[in-house]
Design a protein around this ligand. Structure first.
Ligand code: NAD
Ligand code: MN
Length: 498
């Protein structure tokens, strides 16, 4: 157990060792092992983090198993009210949550506050779903027989998340899992441990019963994999890369566990010849570079009509050149999450260049004055690449976008769909028929007209086609189908009453 918590980290309400939350108690791992979490803004060590292993995950599953009967027996409306209390505590501590998000990710306080607001909105939505866990009542072919469905919890939910929007990612999974009556084990992203830990503290403070939500720190292979493989975990919900998602699907498939996968994207944004070019430029900048491009829904393939290509590209490069990189509210984007990710991006750009690509702007790391040893990737635009090139096909999860020329709408749509991913897509046009055709025919789980590739709201279903997922949708009411089992109920009565 963590005794004195070793004091708090400077400027941040987080302990120097980020512990697990198991059975309502903060604890270290069974062997006391930990790893260092590095500050993306300057490369310094922020704090250390419990490095959970299979043994620790087994404790967490045991805790979730023990608390399941009581939590599942709480009426859904009351479960919703409990979640509402958690949300109220989040509202009270909004600045503190945002501060932790800001410190762990290097995104500005303004962006961290926006993200926290989104997580709160998500919590409010699911808290109210406690009053609406609808089943279906219908007719029967037999007299005096009544057919209906009710929702029941799956059991223990294993939740595994990415680091890009840490508090939103926690909310997206924890709230729907709990309102449906499951108990949960959340495996935090190794790059954003403190946000998940703080959510655990808030849930505890708000009075959530011990063991209903267990929050575990650690690496994917060491802590995530044992959760996926545990025979008692009935549903796994995963947000992360396609490569890891595939592994999880295979592992969970062996025991036929329910799996929901929210995976990567290489999302197209089409700029037609009739688009409002200033709006298109603004939306491309946001889609490609906000959150340092670390969004599954970021726009990384910008497909522009040939007739406006030069004019559009010139404007876009000029505006990109004015973007400010840093961690303050006046900055447009911050660092990427870790050194490894940054190196992957630099290598991908180098490889593309050697294949004949043209770097229009960026392509390098920012370091030195103001940047220290932080993980700052310059906002990067690349053209002269072919749709078959590696840089056109692989998700980089950073502030890098490629530009492509299309001769016509038909060719643009074909290029947009030429991807193993199918998460989001966007078109900029004033032509309603063109927009509608795109809505109908683009292969994506989310389609946007005249804005960015990202920005899905918590009450709406998000998810991807092809290798962007396994066809499930979260959040929205659709997530309730992931976290509950439908029971088909037949009631037969006697017609003779006296
Ligand atoms: P990642 O797949 O490397 O890691 C995601 C999570 O999975 C982490 O918590 C990690 O510890 C864990 N993990 C890693 N290996 C594991 C294993 N073998 N078993 C169990 N868990 C394991 O992803 P990342 O690089 O951290 O995040 C970026 C990816 O996430 C991108 O591909 C991005 O598109 C995707 N993403 C998708 C969505 C969405 O909603 N579709 C949202 C955000 C991010
Ligand atoms: Mn990864």
């Amino acid at each position: 157990m963590v005794g004195g918590r070793l004091g708090k980290v400077k400027d941040m309400n987080a302990p120097q060792l980020i512990p697990n939350w198991v059975d309502g108690i903060e604890c270290e791992t069974h062997d006391g092992r930990s790893f260092a979490k590095v500050n993306p803004a300057d490369g310094s060590v922020l704090f250390s983090v419990a490095r959970s292993q299979k043994t620790d995950m087994n404790f967490a599953v045991e805790s979730a198993r023990n608390s399941l009967p009581d939590w599942a027996a709480v009426p859904p409306v009351k479960r919703g009210l409990m979640l509402h209390d958690i949300v109220m505590h989040m509202i009270e501590r909004k600045d503190e949550i945002a501060e932790v998000v800001h410190k762990e990710t290097g995104k500005s306080m303004k962006d961290a506050l926006g993200e926290t607001g989104g997580a709160i909105e998500c919590g409010l939505f699911y808290a109210s779903e406690g009053q609406r866990l609808y089943g279906r009542t219908t007719t029967s072919s037999v007299a005096n027989k009544y057919a209906s469905t009710i929702r029941q919890p799956v059991g223990i939910a294993g939740l595994i998340i990415a680091a890009n929007t840490p508090i939103a990612n926690v909310a997206w999974k924890v709230f729907p899992a709990l309102v449906c009556g499951n108990t949960a084990i959340l495996k935090a992203a190794e790059d954003t441990p403190a946000t998940a830990w703080m959510f655990g503290e808030i849930a505890h403070e708000a009075g959530l019963q011990a063991g209903v939500l267990n929050i575990m720190q650690g690496y994917g292979e060491e802590a995530g994999a044992p959760l996926v493989e545990h025979p008692d975990v009935g549903v796994i919900s995963f947000t992360g890369s396609t490569e890891v998602g595939r592994l999880i699907q295979q592992k969970a498939g062996e025991r036929l566990a329910k799996v929901s996968l929210e995976l990567g994207g290489k999302n197209p944004l089409v700029v037609c010849d009739d688009a409002d070019l200033d709006n298109a430029v603004k939306q491309v900048l946001l889609s490609a570079f906000s959150n340092a491009g670390q969004r599954c829904a970021s726009g990384s393939r910008i497909i522009v009509f040939e007739s406006i290509y030069d004019q559009f590209t010139k404007k876009l490069v000029e505006r990109t050149n004015k973007l400010k990189v840093g961690i303050d509210d006046g900055h447009d984007l911050g660092p990427v999450i870790n050194e490894q990710q940054l190196q992957n991006m630099l290598q991908a750009v180098k490889k593309a260049e050697s294949d004949g690509a043209r770097v229009l702007i960026g392509g390098k790391r920012f370091s030195g004055k103001g940047y220290k040893s932080g993980f700052y990737m310059a906002p990067t635009l690349i053209d002269n690449v072919k749709p078959k090139d590696e840089i056109s096909r692989c998700e980089l999860f950073g502030p890098i976008a490629c530009l492509y020329k299309a001769k016509s709408y038909t060719q643009a749509l074909k290029m947009a769909n030429d991807s193993r991913y199918g998460l989001t897509a966007c078109i900029h046009t004033k032509d309603f028929d063109r927009a509608n055709h795109f809505i109908q025919h683009v292969q994506a789980g989310t389609v946007v007209v005249n804005a960015g590739t990202y920005g899905s709201e918590p009450h709406m279903p998000f998810g991807g086609l092809k290798q962007s997922g396994n066809s499930t949708r979260e959040p929205g009411t659709e997530a309730l189908d992931i976290y509950s089992e439908l029971k088909n109920v037949y009631i037969n009565v006697s017609s003779s009453v006296d």
